[in-house]
Design a protein around this ligand. Sequence first.
Ligand code: TRP
Length: 337
Amino acid sequence: MKQTILTGIRPTGKLHLGHYFGATRNWVSLQDDYHTFIEIADVQALTDNFHHPEKVRENVREITLDLLAAGIDPNKATIFIQSMIPEIAELTVFYSNLVTIARLHRNPTVKTEVKQKKELFGNQGESITYGFLGYPVSQAADITAFRGELIPVGEDQLPLIEQCREIVRKFNSIYGETLLEPEPLLSETARIKGLDGNEKMGKSLGNAIYLADSEEEVSKKVMAAVTDPNKIKKDDPANPEICMVYYYHNLVSKENLNTICEECKKGSRGCVACKKELIRNMMEFLKPIQEKRHYYEERPELVDKILKDGTEVARREARKTMETVREKMQIDYFKEK
Ligand code: TRP
């Protein structure tokens, strides 16, 4: 029996190389060996973007295109839309009795996000909504509805998995063994740095290369990348270890890496030429992904069908869980015994 993997992604923007190397690539290799569910977490995205429903809606499609382009195979993995599974919302309501508000405030991931919000919008403690504070509860419902056993996530999500495990244990101790306690599956690649040298690539940081970027967009970003600041002239020797162009060569073009490194150290490689080479290699790397994206872009009805079928499969699983939960919670009123 294959184990079940469940993971989720918020549809707030297109996928970039940070997502790809940090997560998506990993899901692609997992889909062969696991029963894989990939949730487009639109309900979770709405906790932050409830005033921009059009943005979330549009990105459900964009993210689906990106996932398919990156190699998620709808015959192997189930891609589905969170808001189309009402059982997740039901479970969230029941789980919310099992979590204190203090515990949610203590969740390190929530804490960081609250801090970021305050930095962005000023000290508007009042602006933290009930829905936002409670999203870890909803995420526990995401995971348990499908009896997810392994949850491939990055480091930043560990507190959310821990919170889910607590909810599961509490539920099971009150209502009897029902839910599965999930384990995180940390991806090998940590965070991908931005071309600007920032520790993280991110949409809000403005340093992201998207899977769907055109050559023009890639060129603009690569040409502005941070290199060794001590290299002033084209033939100055430099240190590739602190150069973001080298860092990206290492990600997308492993082949002549040694030559690049040696030439850079010797001073026989100018940054402009090196950047141009990276642009070519980056486009080469993105080519198969973009070709696949293009294939699906031209077939919107196929993409609709993938989402619809996936959501139906997911819903069947969630219904099974909900049935047991109702029984255990003694709220299965009209069921014949
Ligand atoms: N919180 C995750 C993120 O921001 C997305 C997510 C939603 C998720 N539901 C999930 C991840 C369930 C793992 C399991 O990246």
